[in-house]
Unconditional design. Structure first.
Length: 599
């Protein structure tokens, strides 16, 4: 998966003068120039979103904005609400029918996302989220160190910016304790499993000498062009910040969670056990899937997909001559050493070999490919506490690589049969194509270049896995099994996510269901289930998005007949960035009605 979209970002005030200035470009344009006015609105909104994001590396257009705006502050919520209300008002003054094709898509995406956030705020659910902020998968206690590990340090100003971010981060850690206290008082309490997993991360961070932590990365990369006296000053300032503020903030967090919050945390893992949890889960499902499908509907779909994929797995089991049942075959893959590498170097070499095999076949299915290269690197922080990894694109310069950060810890849980599929999903033609092609297209408005829609992003990644046979992959039956095993994981997610959050499943019931239907190692299954507990609804987006991409391809092939070229379809699917499912559906059906062909 790519670096996950965040629901919240923020700290202190940006000032009303800056807001008024940002409004001027839109309202200063002629009323009839709707395309230019839309672009101005999108640019203003993107700048406002970046100003709220503590992990935004690009501060251009946000001079004077704080580098780390506390996502839990009242100031942040007020700014977010004001931004989205103003966006909705201004969008309503633009005539959609007068826009060009790309701008109409941008209009629809912007309208959808703006209303979605306003629904969250107006329903009081944003306030609920704020009182339940713990997230071991994508919380800032891990996201911020990851961000620092990839930050660029070219001059003294970059170091000064990081020191300011340290201050913002420690302020956020204090705010989190205050919000958790409010949640306890109001009945918005998170599950024990989430608390214990965050505590494990806190303990792991504090066990690291600061020189080995991500917070010290800037010192290890200090350019030689910085004068010696400045190098000494910066090093001392970093040490004082990390030793004197950052690590103590982690310790304070740990003490509060262990001594006060954990004893009162919920035993049941799902949203259904939390006050207002069912309402919040319904919004989370809609947010991630960009559909109105109910939890019951998604649960039924998941069970149907699990049954279908099990049938395909049985065929592979028989093909390789394994005489036990499917459950025994899963255990065979989990435990046979031949399916696992012993060193990160072997694993990285395998990724390179797979990539070299895919690239020559890409022209069969795609007109376009990113200029930027693709790389695999070790996950930088707390690997033993986290999932398999994620993709993160580089800056849109066509030179900096997009990177799959892969978890190199516990290699005996990273099966070789899944690596071809993983490369297709995270790299080529998966997230590397889907994210980087949009980033490299400077003609797209920022909403489409940088936008994130879980069902689209992860749906495309899963759809890209299915292209393996057309790209000459899965010739080895065990690689085909690895592909089915990863597809099964996404089908199982539909069942267990809705089971946990809407049907009263316990954690162990979800773990057992996943172990019964995949070859994943028990510890990885536990990490997966805990991620679904901490980030409800997100895991449902993969399969729902993939099925939409597959449905639209089949519809195009049927209706266009001999005029259908899959390369044209893939260009249409990718060339306007991440879209909600309804917007994608309307775009592709409009392209079909117009006769198809290359854009």
């Amino acid at each position: 998966m790519p670096n996950e979209p965040r629901l919240f970002t923020r700290r202190k005030t940006l000032g009303l003068l800056a807001c008024a200035t940002a409004l001027a470009p839109l309202r200063g344009l002629a009323q009839g120039n709707d395309g230019a006015r839309l672009r101005a609105l999108l640019e203003r909104s993107a700048a406002a979103d970046a100003a709220l994001d503590p992990l935004s590396a690009d501060r251009s257009g946000n001079k004077g904005a704080p580098l780390f705006l506390d996502p839990l502050s009242d100031v942040y919520e007020a700014r977010l609400r004001a931004d989205k209300q103003r966006d909705a008002v201004d969008l309503a003054t633009i005539d959609r029918t007068s826009l060009g094709p790309v701008d109409r898509i941008a209009y629809d995406v912007f309208a959808y996302k703006t209303q979605q956030m306003l629904d969250l705020l107006n329903a009081g659910l944003f306030a609920v989220q704020r009182m339940a902020p713990l997230n071991p998968s994508f919380g800032l206690q891990v996201e911020f160190p990851d961000f620092l590990s990839g930050a660029k340090y070219e001059n003294v100003a970059d170091y000064q910016d990081t020191l300011k971010r340290f201050d913002g981060f420690t302020g956020y850690m204090k705010s989190a304790v205050l919000r958790l206290q409010q949640g306890l008082a109001a009945g918005y309490i998170q599950p024990k499993v989430i608390v214990n997993n965050v505590l494990a991360q806190v303990d792991a961070m504090l066990a690291l000498p600061i020189e080995q932590s991500a917070f010290w990365t800037g010192i290890t990369r200090m350019p030689t062009t910085i004068p010696a006296a400045e190098r000494t000053r910066i090093t001392a300032a970093f040490r004082e910040a990390v030793e004197g503020r950052v690590y103590p903030a982690y310790r304070a967090w740990g003490s509060y969670l262990r001594e006060t919050y954990l004893p009162r945390a919920l035993t049941a893992p799902g949203r259904g056990a939390m006050k207002d949890g069912p309402r919040l889960y319904a919004w989370e499902l809609q947010r991630h899937t960009t559909t109105k499908r109910s939890a019951d509907d998604i649960h039924r779909l998941g069970r149907s997909e699990v049954a279908r994929i099990r049938g395909d797995m049985e065929k592979v089991r028989k093909q390789v001559g394994f005489f036990g049942d499917l459950k025994a075959f899963f255990e065979h893959v989990r435990t046979d050493p031949k399916y696992y590498y012993k060193t990160p170097e072997e694993l990285l070499a395998r990724f390179k070999a797979i990539e070299a095999k895919i690239w020559p076949a890409i022209p069969r299915l795609f007109h376009d490919r990113p200029k930027a290269p693709f790389e695999v690197r070790p996950l930088p922080a707390l690997g033993d506490q986290r999932g398999t990894g994620y993709y993160r694109p580089g800056p849109p310069d066509g030179v900096s690589p997009g990177v799959l950060y892969f978890n190199m810890s516990m290699l005996n849980t990273r099966p070789i049969p899944t690596l071809e599929t993983l490369t297709l999903h995270e790299g080529i033609p998966g997230h590397h194509f889907q994210l980087t092609l949009a980033l490299e297209d400077a003609a797209l408005p920022p909403l489409l270049r940088h936008g994130e829609v879980t069902a689209y992003t992860e749906g495309w990644g899963l759809y890209a896995e299915s292209l393996g046979p057309e790209l000459g992959m899965f010739g080895d039956p065990m690689q085909l099994f690895g592909h089915l095993d990863m597809e099964m994981l996404r089908a199982v997610r539909l069942v267990v996510d809705t089971g946990i959050h809407a049907k009263g499943w316990g954690r162990q019931q979800a773990v057992d269901y996943m172990l019964d239907n995949t070859s994943m190692a028990p510890r990885d299954v536990a990490v997966e289930i805990d991620r679904y507990i901490a980030y409800p609804g997100q895991a449902c987006a993969y399969k729902i998005g993939e099925l939409k991409f597959r449905e639209l391809r089949e519809t195009a092939g049927k209706e266009l007949g001999r005029k259908f070229d899959v390369r044209d379809y893939h260009r249409q699917a990718l060339n306007t960035g991440a879209l909600p499912m309804d917007v994608l559906d309307a775009k592709i059906r409009g392209w079909i009605a117009a006769g198809g062909g290359p854009a």
